[in-house]
Write a protein that binds this ligand. Structure first.
Ligand SMILES: Nc1ncnc2c1ncn2[C@@H]1O[C@H](COP(=O)(O)OP(=O)(O)OP(=O)(O)O)[C@@H](O)[C@H]1O
Ligand SMILES: [Mg+2]
Length: 641
């Protein structure tokens, strides 16, 4: 239902943007952006929707609670009026009125539950998209996406439609019942009030006793959930290498800790809710006893005694249920805070001035990047400049910071210090969506979205013509590969990328990077899975990009594409070593494999000699001690010769 609701809203958004795009055929991109750039604040929209709805539920709840008095009043009337007067007419009238009230009560109760159910759906419809957007954009700061806020969203949504939510409206109306008991007799009112205070004290004790262990349990459970997500992502590796038991044990460590703390909190909470139940029943018996005592002294009637006991039970019931539902309430409050924080964090991503399409002039000034929570710089003082249409190859050993630099260049990560400017404007000052449209990025680990190949190449845009998808496919020479697939561009891909091979996925991702004429394209090891034909296609694409004036940055470990690049940057331990024209540094690059092979040859000789020494020595020792082994060795050597 949630999914359907959010998808409905997404469809509405999309259809709106398509309509606006149609209305301005001259520049669909700009119109579409105008639509998306200044959306209303989702939290204010949610609050403005929630406030009147909750007020209406409060009004309904007041009537429901007033009508709940029907039963005790009816009982009281029966015993004190009908039984004493023996009047059938009175009985009939009272019964009709009571049934009328009960019917109205049931209707109002249904309506308030329905209203809350719809509010729960609105909650997810209004905040689902922003929460998901904040998860995706938060990866810029945290280097990884955290799905917890989406789980919190589901939690709050279920809570809004749950009976505990209704109790939140019933508890404040408890004074109505206490007042009714006071009206019957002040002594009975006093007893019920004291009992109410005792239940409140129990609720506070419950909160104090369970909040600590519950918080710790949640922490461990979230870690275990994150691990479970990672396991699901790596299912192929786990199955292939028989790591299932170890993986589940690994996940089980955190899960078990979470369960231990959760179990401890549950134990305490069960004791406390047992105490609260005892307090409520105890109160009702005391009320009956006190009522009987007062009736014996003629201060109240028998009917009043029973009615007072029922009303007091009704007054205390929400408190008792609240004690049991307290855990849920605390968790929901924390979940709601997480949702608000996630949506608030999205505000920073809003409204920047729309700029004209950049020419592709890129300047990088003294970039410094520390991954969150570390003290070691992954990028340190990286500086270079590229003119429109120029291309740069970034090379360097593993772990030198190449992919991190690529992520900073396309705005996936914010640098700790230093600046990246596209056409003079710093990346942070570009409108995020507009910048994304003018940029292409092929990450080192290619993941395609579950959907058709067309959806993947066109970046899920439905407002741009199919011709652009075709152009990107032809530009990167993947059109023929796609045509060979049984369903062509409509081939649906699974989450794993099946039915495409690793190399095919990389080529589709290359087409996605060049979709809709970007001004800057960053390719992180685009040829790591390619065959020679794929590599040739990549080289042709880079040449075409140069002709079109696209600024291209290619991270590579292979020398094949270097021939078509203008500049070369060597990164080592996050530090920039060389940046100059390729011609000048082609000798450096040529020297790299030579030096590497020389080193490899020396290392190979050393390994072989040391291996021989290692193999020979123990064998000789053993031969001396073990005549059987020596016989076996001589047989083996004869057979070998
Ligand atoms: N979130 C992080 N926390 C800690 N260290 C990180 C983080 N992200 C990257 N690093 C470190 O930054 C260094 C550079 O990583 P990066 O992926 O950029 O290397 P690379 O040059 O692309 O390597 P490769 O050629 O193997 O792809 C690595 O040593 C890595 O450990
Ligand atoms: Mg890398």
């Amino acid at each position: 239902m949630n999914g359907r609701a959010s998808s409905v809203s997404n469809c509405e958004d999309t259809s709106k943007s398509v309509q606006t795009a149609e209305s301005s055929a001259s520049d669909p991109r700009a119109t579409n952006l105008a639509d998306i750039r200044n959306p209303p604040d989702p939290l204010s929209t949610w609050r403005s929707r929630a406030r009147p709805t909750l007020t209406a539920v409060a009004v309904f709840s007041t009537f429901v609670n007033l009508m709940m008095l029907t039963m005790p009043v009816y009982l009281f009337q029966l015993s004190d009026r009908v039984l004493t007067s023996r009047s059938l007419d009175t009985l009939l009238m009272l019964t009709i009125v009571a049934l009328g009230f009960i019917g109205a009560l049931s209707l109002l109760d249904i309506v308030r539950r329905q209203v809350l159910g719809r509010l729960a759906t609105s909650f997810e419809t209004i905040l689902g998209g922003p929460v998901l957007a904040s998860i995706v954009t938060s990866a810029k700061v945290a280097d990884s996406a955290n799905m917890q806020s989406l789980r919190s969203l589901h939690h709050v949504k279920s809570f809004i439609a749950s009976p505990v939510m209704l109790l939140l409206f019933d508890v404040p109306l408890a004074p109505i019942y206490f007042g009714a008991v006071f009206l019957i007799h002040p002594a009975l009112g006093f007893i019920s009030l004291v009992s109410g205070l005792v239940l409140i004290a129990i609720a506070i004790a419950n909160q104090k006793a369970t909040s600590g262990p519950l918080g710790t349990a949640n922490l461990h459970t979230s870690k275990a959930d994150a691990q479970a997500e990672a396991l699901a992502r790596n299912s192929q590796v786990i199955n292939a290498m028989g790591m299932l038991n170890e993986s589940i044990l690994h996940w089980g460590n955190d899960q078990a800790r979470g369960l231990i703390f959760h179990g401890g909190a549950l134990d305490r909470s069960f004791w406390i809710s047992g105490a609260s139940k005892f307090a409520r029943l105890f109160t009702q018996i005391v009320m009956l006893a006190a009522g009987a005592y007062l009736a014996l002294h003629g201060r109240v009637t028998g009917g009043m005694m029973i009615a007072a006991s029922i009303i007091a039970g009704r007054a205390l019931q929400p408190f008792e249920i609240m004690i049991e539902g307290w855990r849920n309430l605390v968790q929901t409050r924390a979940a709601y805070a997480r949702v608000c924080t996630a949506v608030d964090s999205l505000k920073q991503e809003r409204a920047h001035l729309l700029l004209p399409k950049p020419t592709g002039r890129l300047s990088v000034e003294r970039l410094l990047y520390f991954p969150p929570g570390t003290k070691e710089a992954v990028l340190n003082g990286v500086t270079f400049e590229l003119e429109p249409g120029q291309s740069l190859a970034i090379v360097g050993p593993s772990g030198s910071g190449k992919s991190t630099l690529a992520r900073v260049l396309v705005g996936c990560l914010y640098p700790t210090a230093g600046k990246v400017r596209l056409d003079g404007t710093e990346l942070r000052n570009w409108d995020r969506r507009q910048f994304g449209e003018f940029t292409g990025y092929l990450p080192q680990e290619v993941e395609l979205f579950p959907g058709t190949i067309k959806d993947n190449i066109c970046r899920m845009r439905s407002d741009l013509p199919d011709a652009k998808t075709y152009q990107a496919a032809v530009f990167t020479e993947v059109h023929d590969i796609i045509c060979q697939l049984p369903n062509g561009y409509e081939t649906v891909m699974e989450r794993s990328g099946a039915p495409l091979s690793g190399g095919q996925k990389q080529r589709i991702a290359l087409a996605r990077a060049f979709f809709a004429d970007p001004a800057l394209v960053v390719l992180d090891e685009p040829n790591s899975n390619l065959d020679s034909a794929g590599e040739q296609a990549l080289t042709n694409t880079l040449l075409r990009a140069k002709e079109k004036g696209v600024t291209v940055i290619v991270i590579t470990q292979r020398p094949a594409v270097l021939n078509v690049m203008d500049k070369l940057l060597v990164l080592r331990n996050g530090r920039w070593k060389h940046s100059a024209r390729r011609q000048k540094f082609s000798s450096v690059w040529r020297a790299l494999p030579t030096l590497a092979s020389l080193r490899q040859a020396v290392r190979g000789i050393w390994l072989r000699t040391s291996h021989e020494r290692w193999r020979v020595r123990p064998a000789r020792k053993k031969q001396r001690n073990d005549p059987g082994l020596s016989r076996y060795s001589s047989m083996a050597s004869r057979r070998a010769t």
